[in-house]
Write a protein that binds this ligand. Structure first.
Ligand SMILES: Nc1ncnc2c1ncn2[C@@H]1O[C@H](COP(=O)(O)OP(=O)(O)OP(=O)(O)O)[C@@H](O)[C@H]1O
Length: 358
């Protein structure tokens, strides 16, 4: 396994696009530590696949360098980089059996026969295909074929990293959870460097120790699921992670306090590093918005209340800005409602970036 360092990577898909300033990756400067489980998370088109293909060697970046440990691999082919890759759709040999498919990458690398047998049998069990081990892949379902693909990626122990590009898209929803747990287990046992691309936050947050959130060709935050939830570095992260996402309320700053709709809100600590002229916003997660009687907080207009199991989501507007609150089932929602915010859960943003506090 290896530490993967992306050194000032930029990528445009053609010279003309680059000349026009259209970059699929605008600037990525980041390291994936050896043995880490990372998810690359972001909306469609933000550059996740581009970044993954630059790591694997399917693409050469327009600018910057890729290092595996101390070695510059920017110009090396995927084979020479010794990477295992699992794509969205199965990449397997249809005429081989499940067992042969799994053994193939090991035979290719001249692994001793006894070791191949042990590894292949272990992998067959992990992907739950014991009953079909001697069946040709051709007759299997899309779901089962993708499990073989996953198995082929995971069966080798000598790879520098394993890269997954939305690998569970074709998997039946009830199997997704099981396979994700299996991946996590394998990571715990063998500490492989894994990079997992997804646009699904549940998938990212349950798989990864560190989530790399991408937006518009850039990495906007790298953090643990808790860090992304509690201190989103960019309003996009707050909005994208969580359900519903973080509320973002326009505010103006006066004497160190935020003013939202004529109500002054004291912020914990003193904001540092922002200056007058920047657009300021307050971020607050719906979990930390309390619904109170009018007069006890900032007045809001309740638009809708949704029941979601043991809690309710209150959709409201505050001076025209949409705001959500999560309240307990059976909690009082007065007609003349107002909101209060948990002070420690407030984050201030300037031009969409988190303002640190002293
Ligand atoms: N071969 C290509 N030629 C030109 N532009 C491309 C090419 N492949 C991707 N792009 C563009 O590069 C940007 C990033 O695409 P990329 O596929 O990396 O995003 P993504 O985050 O993986 O999206 P998705 O989740 O939809 O796969 C997009 O604007 C896309 O249209």
């Amino acid at each position: 396994m290896a530490r993967i360092r992306l050194d000032h990577i930029r990528h445009a898909y053609s010279r003309a696009l680059g000349d026009a300033g259209i970059y699929a990756l605008r600037e990525v400067d980041h390291a994936f530590e050896d043995g880490g489980a990372y998810a690359l998370l972001g909306p469609s088109g933000c550059g996740k696949t581009t970044l993954l293909n630059i790591i694997s060697g399917l693409l050469t970046p327009s600018e910057g360098h890729v290092h595996f440990d101390d070695r510059d691999v920017t110009e090396l082919t995927p084979e020479a980089r010794n990477i295992a890759q699992v794509f969205q759709f199965p990449v397997i040999y249809d005429t081989m059996t499940v067992r042969q498919n799994l053994a193939f990458p090991l035979k290719n690398r001249k692994v001793p026969a006894a070791e191949i047998k042990t590894r292949v049998e272990d992998m067959i069990r992990r992907i739950g295909l014991e009953a079909k081990a001697d069946r040709k892949a051709r007759g299997l379902t899309a779901d089962e074929k993708q499990k073989i693909s996953l198995g082929r990626g995971l069966v080798r122990s000598d790879v520098n990293a394993i890269l997954f590009d939305e690998p569970l898209t074709v998997i039946d929803p009830h199997m997704k959870w099981q396979l994700r747990s299996e991946l996590k287990q394998l990571h715990r046992e063998f500490q492989m460097t894994m990079v997992y691309v997804t646009h699904d936050q549940t998938e990212a947050l349950t798989f990864a120790d560190k989530v790399v959130v991408m937006y518009d060709g850039e990495v906007v935050q790298i953090g643990t699921p808790e860090e992304l939830f509690e201190r989103p570095k960019h309003t996009f992260v707050g909005y994208f992670i969580g359900s519903p996402g973080m509320n973002v309320l326009p505010c103006r700053m006066e004497g160190g306090e935020a003013v939202v709709s004529d109500t002054r809100i004291a912020l914990p600590g003193s904001p540092i590093g922002f200056h007058a002229g920047q657009t300021t916003e307050l971020g607050i997660r719906p979990e930390f918005v309390e619904i109170v009687r009018g007069g006890d907080g900032i007045p809001v207009k309740i638009e809708k209340v949704e029941d979601v199991g043991s809690e309710r989501i209150v959709r409201a507007t505050l001076s025209g800005t949409r705001l959500s609150a999560i309240v307990a089932e059976g909690a009082d929602i007065p007609a003349d409602a107002a909101v209060r915010f948990a002070p420690d859960a407030l984050n201030l943003y300037a031009d969409s970036w988190l303002v640190e506090r002293a």
